[in-house]
Structures are given as C-alpha cells and as structure tokens.
Write a protein that binds this ligand. Structure first.
Ligand code: GAP
Length: 437
C-alpha cells in the first residue's frame, strides 16, 4: 500500500507528466502556490465548470448567472468586513525564516528548527494593487478574495433587469486571490484560485429549509459526478463566521486527510444590510404578492474549481492489478474526462488510418476525441486509461467490410461492436448513463 505522502507525490508527478498541472514559472524556479493548467488540465477544469453551471444555472429557471470584475471597489471590502477581519497574526522564525500562524504554534520557538520566533504581526490576506498610473491612496483597489461580494452589490441591478422574484439565485464562476500564509497540498490551497459560487435569496423565515435543501443537493451532486460517497462527509461549523447563522462544509478525504471542497452558509441578511448601509442604496426587496418589503436572507453554496479538480483526480486514480500486468487508470466521470474517445486504426495500412480520420471528423463536433496511430494498440489503450478517456474506438479489418468498429470501455476493458453511423448516439447514451464501477 502506498503511503498518503507517496500517493500525493504520484498525483503531482502524474499531473505534470500528462499535462494536467504545471508549477507556474517553473523554468525560473517556480512561483510558490501558483499553478498552470496544461492541455488536459484545462479541459478537465472547463468540464468541471460547465457541469456546475449546467446543474446550478442552465437547468434552473430560478438561478441566473453573472461574470463580474476581479478588481473591486475598496468600499465593497469595507462593507463586507474583509478590511477589518480578513487577516491573520503571523510569527516568523528568525533562523530558518519559516512562517506560522500565531495561533498554531505554542511558545516562542520555531516548531521546525527550534529558532527564536518574532512577535506576532498582522498579515492581510487580500491582494492590494493600484489602479491607474498615480500611486496614491485613492487609487488603491483589491483583487477579490471571494466572488460572492460582487453578486451582492449587483443585487438591485439583477432584480430590475432580469425580473426575478424571490426565491431566486445568482451564480458566478471566477478567479479569487488570497495571500494565504501557508499555501500547500498542491492546488488545494493556492493564492490564486477559482470559485464557483451561488447565492440564493430567500424570504426571512424560509432560510433554514432552503439551507438544508441546498446542503443535500450539493452533497448528492459530487456523488453523481462519480466521487465515492464514503469519501465525502458533511462537517457543520462549530465556530461561525461573523456573517453566518449556520454553516456546513462538504469535505473530501484527500491522501493528506479530510479537506473542505465546498462551504454552505446561511449568510442571513448581513451582506445586503451592510452594502445598503455603506452605499446608501436601498437593497431591500418588495414582494408584490404579499405587499411586504424586507431584506432577503442569503443561502450560499461556494466551491472551489481547483480543490474539486484535485478531489476528482484523487478519487478517480487507481493502479489496477491485472493478470500479468498493472495499469494506471483514471475512472473520471465521462462528463468530466478531458477526452471522451480515443480513435485508433489497428494498423497503419489498408485504408484504416483514413477511415479512423473520417470517424474523428464525424465525432469532433460533438465530443473531444483523440486520434492515435503510434505503437501497439494495447499501449494506446493504456495511454488513454491513464488520462481517463472513457472510450476507445478501433478501426480493424472488419470495419473495412461492414462499417462497424470496436468500442472499448475504460473501466471494464470490454469491447463491443457498433455501426460507425451510430457512434454519436451510442457515445452520448453511454456518457449520460455512466455509473462508477
Ligand atoms: N464566499 C464564501 C467563501 O469564499 P470559503 O470557504 O472561504 O467561502 C469557498 O471558500 C471555497 O473556495 C472552498 O470550499 C474552497 O473550495 C475554495 N477555496 C478557498 N480558499 C482557497 C484556496 N486558498 N485555494 C484553493 N481553493 C480555495
């Protein structure tokens, strides 16, 4: 059995070798806690985002989307409480220069080398920058540390323009930045990351029912996308954030231990009330049916693209013992898999490459596919297993006679024959009905 440390190392090296994730600026020694996504990583990331967007927005009449600026007005963060609350006291080791959160070390000695620690100093978690060429305080702006605040400040714009009535939600996917003190565990905790957040606005009094319903829906969502249910758990918060009346994390059991992939919060009316106070604009809602005016409560479902990507990869990864061999396979849900099908001519002659290229053109408008004619077909299957490609289509001598191909399943390694003309439909059905083996 590989240790948790080994497993994580294998995952990091697999991600680099296959083109999922690279360290940012690697040729210059690497930028700590910033990551670049390679050809397969970007496809996986986009599939994670589009599955979330379909589930949270496209298939619901009561949720609309937005895409707001990363650079944010400083008053947004004063109103939200981030300017006052979003920092941690830190201590540095004078000898080895390691940095720790003051509340996570005991005494005055460095836990790593025994050196003397500095006095605690406040360390702001928000990235500050200057807008425009003149460097004065008026030009100071922040890179957002979460995507939801710009949803709150647009609440009035969205209610008026999209004629939504309560209850309804606003969703967004986008970058967020936090000057994390200790960025670690690969993409799990980085300083630049992406969030998928949905804020659901409800009448006060309905909030806890809606909170419970979203908590259950969101937990089911991960299992439906292939994560083993025993690797997921709900952890209610004992200590609540200043804006919340209830909170629960969805955690995944990573090789390094349980870690939060999504937080569900009952944010009460804190956000809209604060933005009303700070902006002087009325952010209450007038309910036409009951003729009541109130500040809506907000139920938030906030997850991270990069953390869920790591959870999907860790969960899918398996080194399988076969009769005379081992194979590395990613059992990714076909909806998430970067490539849906490999297309192979069995040999590089007798018209098979041309036929395989024709199938590639037939499938390309519907699915991301990958043509490969190099090496033995068994090696080609293994390469596709390793990157999580759920299906492989092989053109053989029978294809040239009856226009059928073999379709190999990644998980069972079984092959079935199908007419070339049916491939779009068959792949669509198999992707939709996939169940984890
Ligand atoms: N608006 C609420 C909010 O931002 P959070 O628990 O701080 O709540 C939500 O963040 C999600 O964002 C987390 O569950 C995690 O998936 C992701 N996330 C937060 N900080 C992160 C970091 N430093 N690196 C990667 N993902 C992060």
């Amino acid at each position: 059995m590989a240790s948790a440390d080994d497993l994580m190392k294998k995952m990091v090296s697999l991600c680099k070798r296959l083109g999922f994730v690279f360290q940012s600026g690697e040729i210059y020694g690497g930028l700590q806690s910033a990551w670049d996504y390679g050809p397969l990583g970007v496809e996986l990331k986009k599939n994670i985002e589009s599955s979330w967007w379909d589930f949270m927005v496209r298939r619901r009449a009561d949720v609309v989307g937005v895409d707001t600026a990363i650079i944010t007005h400083p008053d947004v963060w004063r109103a939200s409480g981030h300017v006052d609350n979003f920092h941690d006291p830190l201590v540095d080791c004078r000898k080895c220069r390691a940095r720790f959160r003051a509340d996570q070390v005991e005494g005055t000695k460095c836990p790593e080398c025994g050196g003397e620690l500095t006095e605690p100093r406040d360390f702001g978690l928000m990235f500050r920058t200057m807008m425009g060429a003149v460097e004065d305080e008026a030009a100071e702006v922040y890179l957002r540390p979460e995507t939801c605040q710009s949803i709150f400040v647009n609440f009035r714009n969205i209610v008026t323009s999209s004629r939504q009535t309560l209850p309804f939600g606003i969703a967004q996917i986008g970058k967020a930045f936090r000057n994390e003190i200790t960025a670690r565990n690969f993409v799990f905790r980085s300083r630049e990351f992406e969030q998928m957040e949905m804020q659901y606005f409800v009448k006060p009094g309905m909030d806890m029912d809606v909170f419970n319903a979203w908590r259950d829906k969101r937990l089911r969502y991960y299992a439906e996308l292939g994560i083993r249910p025993e690797k997921l758990r709900l952890v209610p918060h004992e200590k609540l954030a200043h804006y919340a009346s209830a909170a629960v994390d969805i955690e995944y059991e990573f090789p390094f231990g349980w870690g939060e992939i999504e937080g569900i919060h009952n944010r009460t009316d804190f956000d809209l009330r604060r933005h009303s106070e700070f902006s002087g604009k009325d952010l209450s809602f007038f309910d036409d049916q009951t003729r009541e005016r109130y500040i809506p409560f907000i139920i938030e479902a906030s997850s991270g693209v990069n953390r869920t990507l790591l959870a999907y990869l860790c969960d899918a990864y398996e080194v399988e013992q076969l009769e005379n061999d081992t194979r590395t396979v990613l059992h990714l849900h076909p909806r998430l898999a970067p490539v849906k099908a490999g297309i192979f001519p069995l040999v590089k002659r007798d018209g098979m490459p041309e036929k395989a290229r024709q199938i590639e053109r037939q499938l390309n408008p519907y699915f991301r596919v990958f043509y490969d004619e190099s090496g033995a077909v068994g090696r080609r299957y293994r390469r596709m297993d390793e990157v999580g490609t759920p299906f492989c289509i092989t053109v053989d001598s029978q294809t040239m006679q009856d226009d059928t191909v073999t379709l190999r399943d990644r998980d069972t390694m079984l092959q079935e024959r199908y007419p070339v003309a049916d491939l779009v439909q068959v792949l669509g059905e198999k992707i939709a009905s996939w169940k984890r083996p």
